[in-house]
Write a protein that binds this ligand. Structure first.
Ligand code: FES
Ligand code: FES
Length: 213
């Protein structure tokens, strides 16, 4: 008998080693979120975020009644819902835009009890009984609000994304009496960003509407 029979059998370089292949290992660990233990045993773990999802499902809700553009609404919402999300996702009023969702751009500006607010930063549950005005509530039938008309007359927009927020903020600016000069308007409209850079014409539109021109 040949002594070769007693020698360990070597795997050819291309043969798969015993146990799970690299492919099997990667597929298995990926499927369970990367959880693996020595010896190839895999322990199923909840995927990342599963606990947050469960917590979100159990989030407390509240009923809130508020008037939007002269129409009364009662809705049950997650307590964390912003006024902007209430308007856009629950009431279908998508005129108010979500630019930054962090209070930095002004695209979401609406009036709450006559005061301009960033609706992305305003919790809807705190507005029980409030009167909200959005861009959709300004026109009287086919007759535009004077500031809407002034934006058209002054050609004060390009893409229009910031325009609803600019107009609502401009109305607040006029009502607050901050229209004494171009500089004053610029200062009091500075929370509204226009990525198209229409500031000169926006200021002119606010001036025009403030002066009843
Ligand atoms: S979306 Fe509210 S400030 Fe930008
Ligand atoms: S018109 Fe485009 S962002 Fe203002």
């Amino acid at each position: 008998m040949s002594t070769e029979l007693n020698e360990p059998v070597a795997h050819p370089p291309s043969a798969s080693p015993p146990g799970p292949s690299r492919r099997t290992f990667i597929v298995t660990t990926t499927a369970v979120g990367g959880a693996a233990v020595a010896g190839g045993l895999v322990t199923a773990q909840p995927p990342p975020g599963a606990e947050e999802t469960a917590a979100a499902e159990a989030a407390p809700t509240s009923r809130v009644t508020l008037t939007v553009n002269r129409k009364r609404h009662t809705v049950t919402i997650d307590n964390r819902t912003s006024l902007l999300d209430l308007l856009r996702e629950h009431l279908g009023l998508t005129g108010s835009k979500k630019g930054c969702d962090a209070g930095a751009c002004g695209a979401c500006t609406v009036l709450a009890d006559g005061h301009r607010v960033n609706s992305c930063l305003t919790l809807a549950v705190r507005l029980e009984g409030a009167e909200i005005t959005t861009i959709e509530g300004l026109a009287d039938g086919d007759r535009l609000h004077p500031l809407q008309q002034a934006f058209i007359d002054e050609d004060a927009f390009q893409c229009g994304y910031c325009t609803p927020g600019q107009i609502m903020s401009g109305i607040g600016c006029i009502q607050e009496g901050h229209t004494g000069s171009e500089e004053e308007i610029r200062e009091w409209m500075s929370g509204n960003i226009c990525r198209c850079g229409c500031y000169v014409k926006i200021v002119r539109a606010v001036e025009r509407a403030a002066g009843g021109k």
